[in-house]
Design a protein around this ligand. Structure first.
Ligand SMILES: C[S@@+](CC[C@H](N)C(=O)[O-])C[C@H]1O[C@@H](n2cnc3c(N)ncnc32)[C@H](O)[C@@H]1O
Length: 335
C-alpha cells in the first residue's frame, strides 16, 4: 500500500445548507510523483486506478454508467430497488452511512428513505466533484447531518473522529472492490471490519460486486462503441501530466480492455500507437509501438468466492442478493 497520508483538516461548518467537509490531502506532492514514476518506470508500466478520477474523470465515469454496454450500474440499481427493504431489515436503521467512493452520491441518496441513516458520510478522492455533489444533496435536506471526506483510502482507511460514535453501515457499491487484487481486497475489507467495530452497536457492510460472466459482455462493458470508456482511460494521462508535469500526448495512446480469464479480471490498458518517449522533470520513459500502460483491473467474483472473502475478513451472517440473470450481487455482511 502506497503513501502515508498526512491529514490537513479544513473542516468548515458554515451555513446549514453547506455540508461539513474534511479534506485529507496527499500533502507531499513528491510522494505522488514518486508513486507515478515508479509505475511508469516499471518494466511493464502501470498506474493506479485512483488516478482515473480527477473532476473530468468523475464526469466521464458518470457518462459510462449511462451506456447500454455498462450493465453494472443498472443491474445493481435494480437489485437495490427490489431488495432494499430486505436489506434494511437485516442491516437495521439509524446508522451512520459511510459511502466509500461516493462519486455523485446518488446511489446512497436513493437509500436514505428506507435506511433512515442518522448521518451520511461521503468519502472520495475526487474532492471537487464530491464537494459539488454533496453540497447539492445537502441543499435538498438542509437538516440532515452530512460529512464529506476527501481522502485516498487505498493508503489506509484512517477515518477522522468527526464521523462520530454512532453505529456504522459502510456502503461500497459499483464493484469498486474489484480494483483491488483479491489479496488487497481482503486487507481493505479487514480495515472496514475494524472501522465498523469502532462505532457503537452492530455495524456492517453493504457492498456491490460484479460477477464472472461471458468475456463478450464483460469486454463490451469496458470498451463501449461510443468510446466513452476510452476517453475515461485516456483522460488519466492528462491528469498525470498535471500531477507529474509529464508530456503525454493523448493522440498517441489507444484504449484496450480485455478479460483475463485466468485471473478473473478485466484489464484496461493504454497502448502507444507509435514509438515515443514521455518526459517529465527528472525522468523519461521510452515506449515501443504497441507497448502499454496497465491502468486498471476489475476483478470479477462468484457469489461463493466473495462470500468467503468477506468471512475471511471477519464478517459474519453474509447475505447475497442477485438479479435474475445473476450478473451482479449485493452482499450484506455483519461486522
Ligand atoms: C467506479 S466509481 C463508483 C462511484 C459510485 N460509488 C458508483 O458506484 O457509481 C469509483 C469511485 O471511487 C473513487 N475512488 C477511486 N479510488 C479511490 C481512492 N483510492 N480513495 C477514495 N476514493 C476513490 C472515485 O473517485 C470514484 O468516485
Amino acid at each position: 500500500m502506497p503513501n502515508k497520508l498526512i491529514a490537513n483538516k479544513t473542516a468548515n461548518k458554515t451555513a446549514k445548507s453547506q455540508p461539513v467537509f474534511i479534506q485529507r490531502y496527499i500533502e507531499n506532492k513528491d510522494e505522488v510523483r514518486a508513486e507515478l514514476q515508479q509505475g511508469l518506470l516499471a518494466r511493464a508500466a502501470t498506474t493506479m486506478p485512483k488516478y482515473l478520477y480527477d473532476a473530468l474523470g468523475s464526469r466521464l465515469f458518470e457518462a459510462i454508467t449511462e451506456l447500454p454496454e455498462y450493465y453494472p450500474t443498472r443491474v445493481e440499481a435494480s437489485i437495490f430497488e427490489q431488495f432494499l427493504p430486505e436489506m434494511a431489515a437485516v442491516a437495521g436503521l439509524g446508522h451512520t452511512l459511510i459511502d466509500l467512493g461516493a462519486g455523485n452520491c446518488e446511489k446512497a441518496a436513493r437509500m436514505f428513505e428506507t435506511l433512515r441513516p442518522a448521518k451520511y458520510v461521503a468519502v472520495d478522492i475526487s474532492v471537487d466533484f464530491l464537494k459539488q455533489a454533496l453540497t447539492t444533496l445537502q441543499r435538498q435536506s438542509p437538516d440532515f447531518p452530512m460529512l464529506g471526506l476527501g481522502m485516498d483510502f487505498s493508503a489506509s482507511l484512517d477515518l477522522p473522529s468527526e464521523i462520530g460514535t454512532g453505529s456504522r453501515l459502510f456502503f461500497y457499491p459499483g464493484s469498486s472492490i474489484g480494483n483491488f487484487t483479491p489479496a488487497d481486497a481482503l486487507l481493505f475489507l479487514r480495515q472496514i471490519h475494524i472501522a465498523c467495530k469502532q462505532g457503537a452497536g452492530q455495524g456492517g457492510l453493504l457492498i456491490g460486486v460484479d460477477l464472472v460472466k461471458s468475456s463478450t459482455v464483460l469486454q463490451a462493458a469496458y470498451d463501449d462503441a461510443l468510446g466513452v470508456t476510452a476517453a475515461f482511460n485516456r483522460n488519466m494521462l492528462l491528469h498525470i501530466n498535471q500531477l507529474l508535469g509529464s508530456d503525454f500526448n493523448i493522440a498517441q495512446w489507444q484504449h484496450r480492455a480485455l478479460f483475463n480469464t485466468k485471473l478473473s479480471r478485466i484489464e484496461m490498458h493504454l497502448d502507444a500507437t507509435e514509438e515515443l518517449t514521455v518526459r517529465w522533470d527528472g525522468g523519461e520513459r521510452k515506449f515501443a509501438k504497441n507497448e502499454g500502460i496497465h491502468t486498471e483491473n476489475s476483478y470479477k467474483y462468484t457469489v461463493e468466492s466473495f462470500s468467503q472473502l468477506l468471512k475471511n475478513a471477519g464478517f459474519q451472517d453474509v447475505k447475497p442478493w442477485q438479479d435474475a440473470k445473476q450478473q451482479f450481487c449485493v452482499f450484506w455482511a455483519k461486522a
